[in-house]
Design a protein around this ligand. Sequence first.
Ligand code: 5AD
Ligand code: SF4
Length: 345
Amino acid sequence: MYNLISKAVFSHRLNKQEIVSLLSNDDCNEVLFKAADEIRKKFVGDEIHLRALIEFSNICQNNCCYCGLRRDNKNIIRYRLDEDSIFHLAEYAVTQLGLKTIVLQSGEDLWFSQERLCALIRRIKTLDTALTLSIGEKTHDDYLAYKNAGCDRFLLRIETTDKALYEKYDPDMSWNKRKQCLLDIKSVGLETGTGCLVGLPNQTIESLADDILFFKEIGADMVGIGPLIPHPDTPLAQAEGGTFTLACKVMALTRLILPDINIPATTAMETLEPNGQLKALQSGANVIMPNVTLSDVRQHYELYPGKSSTNLASCDALVSFKQKLISIGRTIGQDYGAHKKSAEI
Ligand code: 5AD
Ligand code: SF4
């Protein structure tokens, strides 16, 4: 196991079988986490990039079996922020909280047409900020329009590279189409973020290894990995869900194989384990996405239980969080935190 970790540290290459061996053996987890921490330091430094997350609509046309926002869930109150409210939240995040990236996230809500979104993108880009969209599957023409309006990045998790599993848990959706969306995002010149869920029922270690190799294959600029947390109002209510440790291992291996990308310490990790985000930041992650959505609507953006409790929206909460980051020897990113490609890989 030690040899495999050193091989990954020096070459950033592992084959599927080697990744499977590391994921299935828990004897060297701490060594793996430390190696990922060192590679993070070497390639992306000590800076942690903070991205302001605005969850602007929880309306979704899809029916993913794991997600609390699925269209068949009648137990949530649906909301959609208007353009002015979204802009003012973004303005607050940039001017009052000093954040350098705005992430607009929503369910697949068709009310936000290409025209409306492009107007919003242009407006937010008058602020001194990078802009990321995380709004689901769109057409090539849409992605191109977002890019031309000034959008910098787009997040779309592949969720799993196991096609049969994907199509089972994301009914009416096509894995090939999802992959094509990622290729389209990349081809229009948006920084491309993807990622996966860890702990779907019947997900194999082999398919998690494929997920990591997939991130490399498509040339991901960012990868977000989170454990599945069963939501009571979904078909996966009784599922076991993912573990913090396995999600952290997939994340650490992703750092070893794609050493210079941006990797968030996801909220789902914090939900499963106290100080989970800090542990993730010490196991390969270099990004945090503080949620700046106001709590009156944020409580309804419940992808999974316990999610809505993390609150960094106020200046005070953010200052004390930054102190925590400094206490583990890190600094706060002062630029937009784009993916800086290393010539060394
Ligand atoms: N547990 C953990 N993550 C979830 N997501 C959706 N539902 C859950 C859940 N129950 C993740 C998906 C999606 C992202 C926005 O949230 O991976 O891409
Ligand atoms: Fe909609 Fe995304 Fe939830 Fe699927 S995971 S139901 S696409 S919000």
